[in-house]
Write a protein that binds this ligand. Structure first.
Ligand SMILES: Cc1cc2nc3c(=O)[nH]c(=O)nc-3n(C[C@H](O)[C@H](O)[C@H](O)COP(=O)(O)O)c2cc1C
Ligand code: SF4
Length: 424
């Protein structure tokens, strides 16, 4: 197998750099904040948006929406403030890349936020961080203070006319707070009930004002797009889905972890080379390529380029690039029941198909797991999941339903094997 070209690591640069980049003096000595200073002094906000559009950067939070295009939707001249929200809720099972960026290189994120806020005309930004990430919260609070003390945040930053303050907000441990409108509601001090869209946040978001929500990795990428230029970014990986990408590999592998590789690196290379192959010499059975919300792949489907379009063409999704590897001994019924329990627990309950559907999925899977299921249960699972697709306020319902359908499509024999023996 040919290994993909592995260019210089930029997002995980801290791994190759001798000093602790949480300390602002080390980050500055390493060239940090020079790009923000230059861009705010020399470029207009429209030029920054155009540069990000040209780079082809697509959001790393799961949906892969083009970042520059999203910024272009911000309602201008409304007389209201514009808010930038960094989504650091990172609760998708199998995903642990944003935490790594926050805990090891917080100024990379803050610099990306300064550039992004400047582009969209925002003077006030928030980092909404998952409640369990106490360490990351403390690191970010300290980093924001240090940046403010140096004049990189606050009024007239870098001695320009631009103002930006960042508030770090700790969530309280609910997955739905990662959905952007749930996040906004939570930040407003309410229950994180996702909103019906439209209006989209870019028009009516936090406190009814134009708001952009971007993922941690997306904002970190902005720092490098503005430093090295759009051609550099576009030159890494496939043209429609370019750039460096963080892949989280967990499960039955010898070397789990976060790997920075070109977008489009093959799933086989990721598992067999970077993650050291399946553990204990066992054979591969299945892989979830993009966090627990996305359809599962069989072992014979891993010759696949890991970029948004290629994974979608294979019937799954790149999602948050949380790659979960399962070996030949994996109990697929128990695994799916674990996933179903998560979505049942995390459903906010606003929509009937999601509130009731997630409960029924878990109940039926528990029956199958305990060996008391029937073939009719398998058909019911399939049809309950079908009724949950595309019928709700947010896509948590789809995220709960898609794994069920794909597990049944690809591993039906495992489910048939779990049925209660017929009497008589
Ligand atoms: C149930 C649910 C949970 C989500 N959790 C996260 C999350 O933890 N982090 C994240 O960045 N995006 C999450 N998203 C996606 C966000 O709604 C949003 O699309 C993303 O933050 C946009 O950032 P991007 O354009 O930079 O990708 C979630 C979406 C849903 C439906
Ligand atoms: S789909 Fe589920 S999580 Fe999303 S708003 Fe409806 S009930 Fe809440």
């Amino acid at each position: 197998m040919t290994e993909s070209a592995n260019p210089e690591r930029v997002l995980l640069h801290y791994l190759d750099q001798g000093s602790d980049l949480c300390e602002i003096e080390n980050y500055v000595a390493d060239g940090g904040y020079a790009t923000a200073r230059r861009v705010l002094g020399e470029m207009s906000p429209v030029e920054v948006i155009d540069t990000v559009k040209e780079s082809g950067l697509r959001g790393r939070g799961g949906a892969g929406f083009p970042t520059g295009m999203k910024w272009g939707f911000v309602a201008r001249d409304t007389g209201k403030p514009v808010y930038l929200l960094c989504n650091a809720d990172e609760s998708e099972p199998g995903t642990f890349k944003d935490r790594q960026l926050i805990e090891n290189d917080p100024h990379q994120l803050i610099e990306g936020m300064i550039l992004s806020a400047y582009a969209i005309g925002s003077e006030s930004a928030f980092i909404y961080i998952r409640g369990e990430f106490r360490k990351g919260y403390d690191i970010l609070c300290r980093a924001v203070e240090a940046a403010r003390a140096r004049g990189f945040l606050g009024e007239k930053i870098f001695a320009t006319g631009h103002t930006l303050d960042i508030v770090v907000h700790l969530g309280a441990g609910a997955y739905i707070c990662g959905e952007e409108t749930g996040l906004i509601e939570s930040l407003e001090g309410k229950r994180a009930h996702p909103r019906i869209k439209p209006p989209f946040p870019a028009v009516q978001g936090l406190f009814g004002c134009p708001t952009i929500v971007n993922n941690v990795e997306t904002l970190a990428c902005v720092r490098h797009v503005m430093e090295k230029g759009p051609a550099w970014f576009k030159g890494i990986g496939p043209g429609k889905s370019p750039g460096p990408k963080l892949f989280c590999v967990s499960g039955h592998v010898n070397n789990p972890g976060v790997f920075e590789l070109p977008m489009g690196t093959s799933l086989r290379e990721l598992i067999e080379v970077h993650a050291g192959g399946v553990a204990n010499g066992r054979a591969l059975k299945a892989v979830i390529p993009g966090g627990s919300s996305v359809p599962i792949l069989r072992a014979d489907e891993i010759d696949l380029a890991m970029d948004f379009d290629s994974v979608a063409a294979a019937g799954s999704m790149l999602g948050s690039a949380g790659v979960i590897v399962m070996d030949e001994d994996t109990d697929m019924v128990a695994t799916l029941r674990t996933i179903a329990h998560f979505y049942h627990h995390e459903s906010c309950g606003q929509c009937t198909p999601c509130r009731e559907g997630t409960g029924w999925l878990e109940t039926i899977l528990l029956r199958l797991e305990s060996g008391e299921g029937t073939e009719a249960d398998i058909d019911t699972l399939y049809s309950v999941a079908g009724g949950m697709l595309g019928t709700t306020i947010c896509v948590l319902s789809d995220a709960a339903a898609m794994p069920v359908r794909s597990f049944l499509d690809k591993f039906r024999d495992d489910f048939l094997g779990s049925l209660a023996p017929e009497e008589g």
